[in-house]
Design a binder for this molecule. Structure first.
Ligand code: ZN
Length: 329
């Protein structure tokens, strides 16, 4: 192989590598979007029909748009670290809707839960028809992934986590719909999401127009608590003059460090203050996996690599161990 060919081959390899790494960092968001593209046409409709019945509204399930979303260019890598403001704009604040969706037909769609039980994209064409006519009901029966009841005095209302509606109750009247509720901090709920929901609700009440509204929870890997949510909105009748945004709101709580894998938390200024109780775990020193003592994999670990510890999962994960997908998944 002469020098020129070598350089060419190297260049090809390099571009393949770049292509590969680019596509893998896009994975999380695109996977979520793919999932809803797949599920929307089938199962999502029955859920919608159910909720329509509950509300006795005239929303017609069959008239939802054929395409829920497009593959967007938004990745978590492009989002700056939280720095004191509850949200950042994405894509110059322009939503990624397909113009084919600019209809004046009410619809609602909630993704099927994934294999870990996590929510996906929630999408609706919000209008008077989809809004509640009754007070919100009890939603405490739903335990979204990563849910723990954690209280801090300095958090508004004391509870660190709220069952956070992806699409707010005031917009589509969904109560205890597990496909529309995630574990979200009080801060995400009130500072991050509510102002945008209020903007849509006020606009619809004033104009009787329609607003496309899509909320995408963003999870990293197998984490049970989302890092944040993307919220996109667009008012149909006036081509976005009334409402148009595309933002990412952080699922954080000032003063608290959240373990997004488990949902446990600790005070930012006290590393020992985790809310999780110590338990007995068995760790595999070779592959750095953590198991519950009763896990079937434990018997297969050689005595040299096996160690029983009393600890919190939070602390073990912070030491570089990973949770077994079978017993701790
Ligand atoms: Zn295990």
């Amino acid at each position: 192989m002469n020098k020129g060919k070598k350089i060419k081959a190297f260049g090809l390899l390099l571009s393949l590598l770049m292509l590969f790494s680019f596509s893998s960092c896009q994975e999380t968001v695109n996977n979520i979007r793919d999932t809803i593209n797949e599920t929307f046409s089938s199962s999502a409709y029955s859920e919608e029909q159910e909720s329509s019945d509950k509300k006795q509204s005239s929303v017609k399930a069959s008239e939802a748009p054929s395409q829920v979303s497009q593959s967007s260019m938004f990745t978590l890598d492009s989002i700056p670290e939280y720095s004191g403001i509850s949200y950042v704009e994405i894509n110059g604040n322009v939503p990624y809707f397909d113009s084919a969706d600019y209809t004046e037909t009410a619809f609602e769609s909630y993704s099927e839960l994934d294999s870990l039980g996590r929510c996906g994209v929630a999408y609706a064409n919000v209008c008077r028809e989809t809004m509640p006519t009754e007070k919100r009901g009890d939603i405490s029966s739903v335990k979204p992934t990563g849910w723990h009841s954690i209280r801090y005095d300095f958090v508004d209302g004391q509870s660190l986590y709220n069952r956070c509606h992806l699409i707010g109750y005031q917009l589509t009247a969904e109560n205890a719909n597990s496909k529309n509720l995630v574990t979200g901090t009080r801060y995400l709920n009130v500072d991050g999401m509510l102002p945008f929901e209020n903007m849509i609700a006020d606009y619809v009440k004033e104009t009787n127009n329609h607003v496309l509204y899509r909320v995408t929870p963003v999870f990293v890997g197998d984490e049970l608590v989302c890092r944040g949510v993307e919220m996109e909105a667009y008012s149909v009748e006036d081509s976005g003059d009334g409402v148009s945004f595309n933002v990412y709101a952080y699922n954080v709580q000032p003063g608290v460090v959240i373990n997004y894998t488990t949902g446990y938390a600790r005070l930012a200024d006290d590393p020992k203050s985790t809310t999780e109780k110590e338990k007995t775990y068995v760790i595999n020193l070779r592959n750095k996996k953590v198991h519950l003592p009763e896990c079937s994999s434990v018997a297969a670990i050689s005595e040299n690599n096996k160690k029983t510890v009393k600890s919190t999962l939070f602390s073990l994960l912070n030491q570089g161990y990973t949770a077994c997908g079978t017993c701790l998944g």
